[in-house]
Design a protein around this ligand. Structure first.
Ligand SMILES: O=C(O)[C@H](O)COP(=O)(O)O
Length: 304
């Protein structure tokens, strides 16, 4: 049997990243039974770019969104409409580079990430990374450098889960507003520091979601990797509050629709919001930066 060796693929996180000593599962030490040197097929990816792209997507409509129930950390799947939203989101980002995907531990976000990537023009295969144990890491080995080059690692992290809605989980939002009053329920849903009964406030949610973003996602962007984050209404609101430097007052007005991708350009340590990509047919996305235009051109050339 060919000797196997531990190989840190090009997308491996920088273990010296701050916070990486946290209790975080070992990251992406994929092993190959071959002598592999991985180079990226497109010149723009990784270290050659002076900027990175960050795509944020709230999951498509879930079965409890459809029933207007508080969901929080309950793990429910997408509706048919949510599946269509995820596919539509994929069309809108199909020419924007993605080197690594972060999502939550909940199926509605993971489904959204995987469905969106079915539309991407580079046709790479997103692979959920399992390194929750030594055995999980061993049993999920990839034994082909070529296959690895055609893959995108998908990292699932509970820190990106939706805010935990406590005793509201499973309750109907309309009935809850009738019972406790519209103002009180709006306060629980949109304020920064007022938690629902036995649940997380947005502030508490951001203490895990933004910490994770800073410790594990931002270093990827810093190293020139292009990142997609598929998560939830409130875990993303807390991250956008950080990216856009919103005040606790401003964030109460921030609403995210299901399945609508948001694009940021990360450059010289700063995040520049570029709104929602309107789709590959719109030249506008590529006017955002010269790198995106080059990437689009290279993808088109590769497909001919
Ligand atoms: O958890 C939920 O119920 C939804 O995903 C988000 O709910 P919210 O819009 O009430 O915060």
């Amino acid at each position: 049997m060919a000797a196997t060796f531990k190989y840190q693929p090009a997308w491996a996180i920088d273990v010296s990243a701050p916070g990486s000593s946290r209790n975080f599962p070992r990251f992406l030490s994929m092993r190959f039974a071959c002598n592999a040197s991985i180079s990226t097929p497109l010149s723009i990816s990784h270290h050659s770019s002076t900027e990175s792209t960050l795509i944020l997507i709230r999951h498509g409509e879930s079965l409890w969104n459809e029933k207007n129930l508080f969901t929080g950390c309950c793990d429910v799947p997408l509706t048919k409409r949510g599946v269509e939203e995820a596919i539509e989101a994929g069309k809108r980002i199909s020419y924007i580079p993605v080197d690594v995907i972060f999502t939550s531990a909940l199926i509605r976000a993971q489904m959204t990430a995987m469905l969106a990537m079915t539309q991407h023009h580079h046709k790479k295969v997103p692979i959920i990374i399992h390194n929750e144990s030594e055995e999980a890491t061993t049993w999920t080995q990839v034994y082909s450098a070529k296959t690895t080059k055609q893959s995108i690692p998908v990292i699932t992290a509970w820190q990106l889960n939706e805010r935990m809605y406590g005793e509201l989980q499973g309750l109907n939002k309309q009935e809850t507003a009738e019972r406790y009053g519209k103002e009180k329920v709006h306060e629980w849903r949109r304020s920064y520091d007022i938690p629902p009964p036995k649940g997380e406030s947005l502030e508490m949610c951001s203490q895990r979601a933004v910490a994770y973003f800073k410790d594990f996602i931002e270093p990827q962007l810093k190293s020139g990797k292009h990142v997609m984050v598929a998560a939830h209404g409130n875990s993303l609101r807390s991250i956008i509050m950080y990216l856009d430097r919103l005040t606790s007052q401003e964030v109460t007005d921030l609403e995210l629709s299901t399945g609508i991708p948001l694009l940021y350009i990360y450059k010289e340590g700063k995040f520049i919001s570029r709104g929602s990509p309107v789709g590959s047919t719109e030249a506008g996305v590529y006017a955002y930066t010269q790198s995106l235009a080059v990437y689009r051109q290279e993808l088109d050339e590769m497909s001919h």
